[in-house]
Design a protein. Sequence first.
Lengths: 728, 269
Amino acid sequence: MKYASRIYLCLIFGILYIPIVTLMLFSFNAENSTAEFTGFSLKWYLELFNSPETFTALRNTLILAVLSALLATVIGTLAAEGIYRMKNKLVKSAITSVTNIPMMNPDIVTGMSMMLFFAAVMGILALVIPNISYNDIGFAAMLIAHTTFCLPYVILSVLPRLTELGDTMSEAALDLGCTPLQAFIKVKLPNIMPAVLSGMVMAFTLSLDDFVISYFVGPSNFQTLPLLIYSMTKKKVTPDMYALSTIIIVTVFILLIISNFKSDKPEANTRKKKIASIVSLAVAAVLIVAIIIGSFFGGSVVDEEGNVTAAKDVIVLNVYNWGEYISDGFDGSLDVNKAFTEYFNKHLSAKYGGKKVEINYTTYATNEDMYSKLSNSAVKYDIVIPSDYMIEKMIAEDMLLAFDAKSLPNYDNILDEFKGSYYDENDMYSVPYTYGMVGIIYNKTMVDKEDLGSWDLLWNDKYAGKILQFNNPRDAFATAMYLDGLDVNSKDPEVWNRALELLMIQKPYLQGYVNDEIFNKMTTESAAIAPYFVGDFLIMADQEENLGFYFPEEGVNYFVDAMCIPKNAEHPEIAKEYINFMLSEEPAVANAEYIGYASPNKLVIENEEYIEYMTDYAYEGENGETAYDLLYSNNPAVVNKAYNEKIGSDNAACYRNFTPEIQSRVNTLWENLKLADATELWVHITAITIVVAVVALAVYSVYIKKKRSRFYRYRDRENRKAKANTNS
Amino acid sequence: MKKKRSLMQYICAAPHIFWAVLFIVLPLIIVLGYAFTDADGNFSFSNITSLTDYAPIFGLSLELAIIATAVCLFIGYPLAYFIAKAKPRTQKILIMLLMLPMWTNLLIRTYSIMAILDDGGFLNSLLNTSFHIVGTKGAVIFGMVYDFLPYMVLPIYTCISKIDKNMWEAAADLGCSPVTTLVKVIFPLSMSGIISGVTMVLVPSISTFYISQKLGGGTFELIGDTIERQFVTGALNVGAAISLVMMILILISIGIMNKFSDEDGGIIV
């Protein structure tokens, strides 16, 4: 028995720790991979410490966790005392039930309700304060949301302890002349302190780890660590997140060991325990002090000469961009945002009343994410970078500022063919940032050469189980529509039904529907074929030499991402300066090299360093093309010639904004696709077996209970009879 | 003195009652409002009636969550039992080890599992095999079990370790073998722990969207994914209606479960 229990414990803990140990291992990986360990290196730790984004998120997370835990503890402890004293059973149970709702409810429902609530609050506040933005109340909203879901845990921890303690002590205190308040503070509180503290620790941990509720409620200017990780894992987790997790786990481990430090000798025990608790308190205090100092510096800017500018003279520019879509200083590249702040603070500050600028940079994963953030929660951004069809939609909905892109001094750097695009004909709202096309990525060792060339590779059953598809309706449907020569912007439901049929045929051959997981799956050779964007392909090619790429002959999606200023931006003038800066040679080249997408900027394409960089890039096509050829010699108009002629438009392959009817139609079809063959027989059988077993057990227990109570009744009756007999 | 007490009781609970009404009840009323209106704000049942489309997704989420919970119980109960039977010092260490992985963010843990189990992941490249695990329902269940197992073990462990040691001895004295003691005495007495464990695993498993996104390979959708997608595409009314129904279903099932545990937490087996 003893051995069995040991083996069992080892087995389960072993499995529990495999992912943790693996992530610790890969945090020391020499290369940017979470699947293959190539060598030992500390570079991800260095990268982590050089990343202000991560540090801000860490600081935010800690501040929020400390404050919401404190608030929940104070309110919760008082509430527990109040609930404990309540005599009215009905009121008491009503209050406890309501309190428990956030604990019982799925996070996603709590998050949704909080989001709708704060949207309503914003609606009311906007009537009183005209210029309010969600960012102004964002921190308060997060604090309220976190406190709310922490509260039940504090109450649940304190209430049983109060019941256990009983009233005798506080009654004695009252009899001895204490006021009720004194009795509570001097007598009761010290006795329930352990429960209060454990409630607080619980609240702290919950707040620290929360992702779902923060995801729904979070404002743009307050990113917590889980939110940062989420936006990163949508793309590809770089080992620096693993490094951060390793640091956190090791710190917690050491703290736990210190606080559990215990000697076997009983007399030494109390002293050592005291020392241990003092040490852990000291560590916690140092942590909190560090946060306070950190948050003090967070609000101000230290310029090169070391002068600290007070927070009120700092303009915070909210930039909202795609993940991994700007050169960020990694591996010696130019940190574009930092370069802009330096440039602004040196040269432009005087123009704006001596104010300094600071950039709050946050990221999104899809156009739709960005759109919903912008339209639902009244969040204010100064710069967003949507794609063409989204720009068209946002212009139609009056969400973008007509700042007249032509008026920017550097606008001339944009190539003529990217001016006056169909989504913004007069260049009033947008400045092109990058452009690109979708194509098919394949693994040269796994796919035969004669199968290449067309979209039908994605329908080739020879590679069943090795094919990936986009996990968003628009791009996934488009692959089927290009294959069949259908109009990707069709308003005819029948056309969409036809596309769905094709996707249904394809589904059994797929390994999965994925978005940015493609990076991981293609570079680790988990999959052989995937449709994706050419710029991202180049990043993958850098990591895995066996990958190839082609533009299918039937036509491909061609898109432009452009910089825009939302209508409710707080600093449109500075946003214009930012856009203008992005068009100048150095940052534009740095971005083009970092992102890997084609640049619409003349200075970039003619830049010798850039041409050399792209020509030497770790990619060689089947006919010896370089990365530069892949990006720039495949003119969208030429690639899509057949398709454009067939559909009868110059930009047929570009996505246009859907009408609401088509949008909801596509959503429904997408759900149908996901539902097809979604359940498997074994899932049904297992689930039903479990339910039947549980119900049988419950019925059986009720039956036994009845039987026993019948027996007790019978016994009591017999006893009474016997008693009566003896009495008489 | 009586008067003072009743006053005190309301003063103490007042901030919480205020908080609960404003930040728990009111948001739920707003959800209710959204669920019964259309995009233009007119009263409508269309969101609720359109929910029948989502019944299969609901069913699948429920089934997977039930299986994951059962597996958690099956693995977690012996774990809690063995921990509770260990020496006090060992107990402390084991509980600490159980909690430690939870200090790594759930997202990172799940991602790490994906990186290990993927077709070209760590496991397959180590063994030079090509098991297809990520993208199956089994992988999603594994992810749920892995992420939520401590929620099952902790309440059961607390419950077992609180059982009077005399009970074990009494059972042994009355002729129970260790196994019979476990089945007839310990198991029924730990029922309240089991029920809170089941609740704590079932609820997050039903509503998860991250685990199914990463480990499910996107070939199927769980109800959490559906709500998230509605939120992202701005179809808030339908999202609110789904949330509402999910909430009601969960509260009902929790109510039923609590019915089967007595005041002293014993269901009789």
